[in-house]
Design a binder for this molecule. Structure first.
Ligand code: ADP
Ligand code: MG
Length: 340
């Protein structure tokens, strides 16, 4: 008797699964920085080389990991952030699937150096294509360093789909900007091919961070938003026309502190600006939406960029009216408004 169906070996399974979480250097940076934030870091440094294809390095001063946890961190579905399915409803950390490090390690040469607050020395692990090559105890300050070299060196199809370095690094620039805006109380340093691109020390408020990140021209055109509708609060800043951008990437939205790119949110922002801008022009908007955690499902998308709102109409009205009021001094469509 012969069979044609075989169970895939674990290395292959990991590389396939990796494709869902990690599709380009951008997603590596996103996962690593989210881990640093989850680890309560206050200073995060990101260095990339050649659009992140050659090297991505993220260093933080967070909790670090014990020797045993460092090994576990590289296993699939190993996480310190979720213990049961019901935690998914009120998840407060950015990561929770326990997939990122294992996925990245299966498609790159990954070096992890980490040290927690115990008196034990730190740990250095080197993994190539998912295979552990080196494990050592080394002296190191508290925190974690993850270095990802030669992403997709063992997955030629993925490598082929990457774009030119400039395109890949533009995506990462935008991502770092998002993190910097969302977490003003954390310090971010970012360099590209050895050139420092952002050095944002910790500050107290998001407006101070906006001042570090943007030019004078942008700052002079910003108006503040603070608007509440039912149990949704919208706050942040938008730039007044004529300050406009040529693509949608300048709309930054954060739902309960988490950066999202959501169609409903974007279209509400666009509607608020609809009479103020030419076609093909986009606003600069930095919007923070706050709502009870049970009103938003963040578990829709493996990369967690999209969310699902329980009450989409309330969210879009809150944005539309909030942005419109900030720009024009009145809500878009006067209707009963319940302020907090
Ligand atoms: P997840 O973030 O979904 O838990 P990851 O694969 O990204 O999954 O990370 C696995 C685990 O490794 C995390 O739950 C955390 O305990 C640990 N970890 C990862 N990165 C860091 C870091 N920078 N500092 C401290 N611990 C980390
Ligand atoms: Mg993670």
């Amino acid at each position: 008797m012969s069979t044609r169906i075989r169970v895939l070996d674990e290395g292959v399974i990991n590389r396939i699964a990796a494709g869902e979480v990690i599709d380009r250097p951008f997603s590596v940076v996103k996962e690593l920085v989210e881990n640093s934030i989850d680890a309560k870091s206050t200073a995060i440094r990101v260095d990339i080389e050649r659009g992140g294809k050659k090297l991505i390095r993220v260093r933080d001063n967070g909790t670090g990991m014990s020797h045993d946890d460092a090994f576990l961190a590289l296993e699939r579905h190993a996480t310190s952030k979720l213990t049961s399915e019901k935690d998914l409803i009120s998840i407060a950390t950015m990561g929770f699937r326990g997939e990122a490090l294992a996925s990245i390690a299966s498609v790159s040469r990954l070096r992890l150096i980490t040290c927690d607050e115990s008196d034990e020395p730190g740990t250095e692990l080197l993994v190539e294509g998912g295979v552990l090559r080196k494990a050592e105890r080394i002296g190191s300050g508290r925190g974690t360093l993850v270095e990802v070299a030669n992403l997709f060196y063992n997955v030629p199809v993925r490598l082929k789909f990457l774009k030119e370095n400039r395109w890949e690094s533009d995506l990462i620039d935008e991502l770092i900007t998002r993190f910097a805006l969302a977490f003003p109380h954390l310090g971010f340093t970012y360099s590209q091919d050895g050139r420092l691109k952002l050095d944002a020390p910790p500050v107290k408020s998001s407006i101070e961070r906006v001042h570090t990140v943007y030019s004078r021209e942008v700052r002079d055109n910003l108006v503040a938003i603070d608007y509440a509708f039912k149990d949704v609060r919208v706050h942040g800043h938008v730039a007044k026309p004529p300050y406009v951008k040529s693509n949608m990437r300048s709309v930054f939205t954060f739902v309960n502190g988490r950066s999202v790119r959501d169609r409903l949110v974007n279209s509400a922002v666009m509607r608020a600006f609809s009479n103020l801008m030419e076609r093909g022009r986009y606003p600069l908007a930095i919007l923070f939406l706050e709502m009870p955690p049970e009103q938003v499902d963040v578990n829709v998308h493996p990369q967690k960029a999209e969310v699902r709102f329980r009450k989409p109409k309330v969210v879009s009205d809150a944005i539309l009216n909030g942005v419109h009021e900030a720009l024009m001094g009145a809500p878009f469509n006067p209707q009963p408004i319940f302020r907090e």
